[in-house]
Design a binder for this molecule. Structure first.
Ligand code: HEC
Length: 292
């Protein structure tokens, strides 16, 4: 029993430290929408996608026709307003980007996004799309707080404007960087057999600084004060968040076009199992009546 408890607590502390290591901001949940609202959101998301993403990221597992049917967008409306080449409704949603050339321009080729909602998850995508901020050291002048040093430019700058980390956030990140340097130095001192008491004191203090600063960052992020807009775009922050939720809902649909149908069917399957279970129970009773 004791062993089991030790194992469990070890596992728990491992998962905690793993979560801490992956601390990134923004860290907001994708708002959940119900059926009709979800379809409207996915329709709007498709529009954002076709206008801003399709040139670089194909969705080559999916056909226009299927998308038109599932998202209830009439075929002619879709082909006239969302598809810019001479593609046909029955074709796959591909683009003409040449992978090698793109890899040269951006450092990495833009991947096909057919399955991105499955591999990254919708929460990650929602935060990634809202995570571009000014960073003069990068080729395109922006970095991404969720995907560090990503090769993708901030393609939605005209919509969102430009954001920077707030002064408070920059200060806290500095504190963390210094504390991490202290930690490394103290650990080295320990290894080399230096003053152990001194080193342990430093380690404790640095760990506390990091913990406090991270807690503060989480608070700032939750209060929506992690970033500040330094150049306004066409949308205000709430409108931009909604547009990004739409975009992610569309990618979620693309990642599993059968999802709605699967959920609908699932209910009937469970009802059938329940009904059949009851029937089977009474049949069993009937058959065994004479034996007992
Ligand atoms: C100018 C080309 C370009 C456009 C337009 C573009 N991207 Fe990208 N995107 C890239 C590149 C290049 C990468 C790969 C970056 C890397 O791996 O460093 C990327 C990466 C991504 C990733 C991360 C993929 C991964 O590896 O997990 C996502 C998600 C993404 N883009 C979504 C979008 C969305 C949504 C849009 C439309 C709003 C968009 N991109 C528009 C070039 C582009």
């Amino acid at each position: 029993m004791k062993k089991l408890l030790i194992t469990i607590s070890a596992l728990m502390s491992f998962s905690l430290s793993a979560a801490e290591a992956g601390l990134t901001f923004p860290d907001d949940d994708l708002p959940v929408l119900s059926d009709d609202k979800l379809i409207v959101s996915q329709q709007r998301g498709m529009q954002v996608y076709m206008n801003n993403c399709m040139g670089c990221h194909a969705l080559s597992f999916q056909r226009y026709k299927r998308t038109s049917t599932d998202l209830k967008i009439p075929e002619n409306v879709m082909m006239e307003n969302m598809v810019f080449g001479d593609e046909k409704i029955g074709e796959l949603m591909t683009n003409n980007m040449i992978k090698e050339a793109a890899a040269n321009w951006f450092g990495a080729a833009p991947p096909d996004l057919s399955l991105i909602s499955r591999s990254r998850g919708t929460k990650w995508l929602y935060n990634y799309m809202r995570g571009f901020y000014i960073d003069d050291t990068r080729t395109y002048g922006v970095n991404n707080a969720v995907f560090k040093d990503v090769g993708m430019p901030h393609v939605l700058e005209s919509m969102q404007g430009l954001q920077d980390k707030s002064e408070k956030v920059k200060g806290l990140e500095n504190d963390i960087a210094y504390a991490q340097a202290d930690l490394a130095a103290a650990n080295k001192l320990l290894e080399e057999g230096g003053n152990a008491a001194e080193a342990k004191k430093t380690i404790k203090a640095a760990a506390k600084t990091i913990e406090d600063a991270e807690a503060e960052l989480i608070k700032l992020s939750a209060a929506g004060e992690y970033f500040v807009i330094v150049k306004e775009g066409q949308l205000n922050p709430q409108e931009f968040d909604t547009a990004m939720a739409d975009l992610v809902n569309f990618l979620d649909y693309i990642g599993e076009p059968i999802k709605r149908e699967r959920k609908r069917l699932g209910v009937w399957v469970l009802l059938f199992i329940l009904g059949f279970g009851i029937l089977a129970y009474y049949m069993k009773k009937e058959y065994w009546k004479d034996i007992h």
